[in-house]
Design a binder for this molecule. Structure first.
Ligand SMILES: [Zn+2]
Length: 259
């Protein structure tokens, strides 16, 4: 590579995918600050997940970084994973997986909350849309993370669409990011717009993932999430990263650097 040309890291930084501080560029830009720098305002972040474990596996490193930076992070689980073991009753599984979620949130310094739908039977209708809008309005988030709805799991589809619908109905009042889980098997057609360096948070994220003992965390981590965070890291020029799709507010559409 010629010295006079910016290297790959420079390009990433110039593109707004900064490697220092929180790298979710639009948040910093919205606050009138340079991209990729921590900001003074205490943010409220809500991360929607269909099942206990989805927020932790999909973006636990990023959420740990937010909480470490002093921001308030709430994991809003749409279900309690009731249907995940046919040998157990829904009540037994809900209790076990709620406990696992609480343990994971303790590790990441996030707050668990439960939306009240049922695993394997989630619903996207007028009533549920009104409920998610009411809940998010009461939490008043600056940023919402939710699952990318192009996904093989119907509960993930519903979770993504609940977040998207609330964002549209709130007149795009908060920033909206989508995250991925088990890409290739569940998440599909995921083309990231933003990356967050989670290299320093891999151990913490792994501990949170391994709180989900009912979910075969060793194989899930080794087969999917370890390779994925390293692959996203390669794309971002760091050891490990999480990737997101950001939906631009309307007033950012049609803008490109230098024009
Ligand atoms: Zn899930």
């Amino acid at each position: 590579m010629e010295k006079s040309k910016p290297d790959r890291r420079d390009f990433i930084r110039l593109s707004g995918l900064a490697l220092g501080g929180l790298s979710l560029a639009p948040v910093a830009a919205a606050a009138g600050l340079p991209k990729g720098q921590a900001i003074d305002k205490k943010l409220t972040i809500v991360c929607l997940g269909a099942h206990p474990g989805d927020p932790e596996f999909g973006c636990g490193g990023t959420m740990a970084r937010y909480s470490d930076a002093g921001h308030k992070v709430i994991f809003l689980y749409i279900t309690r994973g009731e249907a995940s073991d046919p040998k157990k009753t829904y009540a037994e599984m809900a209790a076990a997986r709620t406990k696992e979620a609480e343990n994971a949130c303790n590790i990441l310094n996030t707050t668990p909350a439960f939306f009240g739908q049922v695993d394997g039977n989630t619903v996207l209708d007028k009533e549920q849309n009104a409920k998610i809008i009411a809940q998010l309005t009461s939490l008043s988030p600056d940023i919402v993370f939710t699952q990318w709805p192009v996904d093989g799991h119907p509960d993930h589809q519903v979770t993504g669409m609940l977040g998207l619908t609330a964002w549209i109905r709130s007149n795009r009042h908060f920033h909206l990011y989508f995250y991925e889980v088990n890409t290739g098997v569940e998440t599909m057609a995921f083309v990231p717009t933003d990356y967050v360096d989670i290299t320093a948070y891999r151990d913490k994220k792994k501990a949170a993932m391994f709180s989900h003992q009912t979910q075969d965390p060793v194989n899930t981590y080794n087969d999917y999430f370890k390779p994925l965070e390293e692959f996203r890291g390669l794309e971002a020029g760091v050891k490990a990263a999480e990737a997101f799709i950001y939906f631009k507010p309307g007033d950012e559409n049609g803008k490109i650097t230098g024009l």
